[in-house]
Design a protein around this ligand. Sequence first.
Ligand code: SF4
Ligand code: SF4
Length: 330
Amino acid sequence: MADSNLLNAADFKAEALRLGAAEAGVAAADTLAAEWPYLQAYLSAGAQGDMAYMSRSPETRCQPGQLLPGVRTVAVCAFSYFPRPDLYAYHPRIARFAQGEDYHRVIRRFLKRMAAYVRQRHPDARCRGFVDTALILEKAWAVRAGLGRIGRNDLLQSPRLGSYLFLGLLLTDVPADTYDRPTADTAALPEHCLHCSACVDACPTGALSLEGAPRLRADRCLAYATIEMPPDGNGRKAFPPLRPQAAGAPPLAIFGCDRCQAVCPANRPGAFPTAVPTPHPAFVPAPGLAALSQADFARLDDTALRERFARSPLRRAGADGLKANLTLWD
Ligand code: SF4
Ligand code: SF4
């Protein structure tokens, strides 16, 4: 007979899929001891760049009990934004993740509903949701919850979804009746990476490493530079130097960067054991987006950006930031 004090993992996952997740897994909330050396190597290499918040209390990021006292379960839900040019028109200069609604909004709403679901069954439950925050090692938890492995491009590679996915985590102090098994040690590359270096070769800035830690230097990554880096007083950004040998890959984006995903064999339509992933409806390209030209972006001011992209992640860069990014269009 089912123990009513335990979270029924199968029912939880079924509810997550019903509410829009493409995959879900449930991990025991142990300390991430195996991941600590990688995090230390990442921080001591200075790979976090200007994101100083990442180096504050790094131990906390490996101890889920610091984020939710008494936590027993980390549920990980994945949402697809797999680009389907056969279904939708995409803008070639905006990273695929940013062409629909801001995933933070969508996944926060989802996590609230999942927390309500848990509390309906366990009224004293404490829950805390995370979506893309530096406080928690989301990809490591996804590996522990059986969703995939972390590739050479530092992205979670799911056998069913590829790497075009977002993650939402729900921590709760309710223990689950069963936990998923980790697919691998978080340091172990997927098999398809072992004889491949396409992402490293295609990276325009040399942000990815072929071997060792850190896999990705955020301080050299155009995704960071185009989204988080503010322009200087002259409206320019100090982008990391571009490598001429990486030319020939997809064109550079002005918001985010898709090169290390676009070239990855794990995202080719033939790579999937069943169907090619279909993106969550919130993450399909916004109407009219694909037609925006360089001149349209050059004309944007903050008011127009707020109005035109009210629900879009593009707002995060600000109008001045987007205009500074236009130098990458050439
Ligand atoms: S491009 Fe190749 S090495 Fe890079 S993540 Fe994909 S399979 Fe792995
Ligand atoms: S997002 Fe672009 S710049 Fe960053 S690691 Fe991938 S290819 Fe390199």
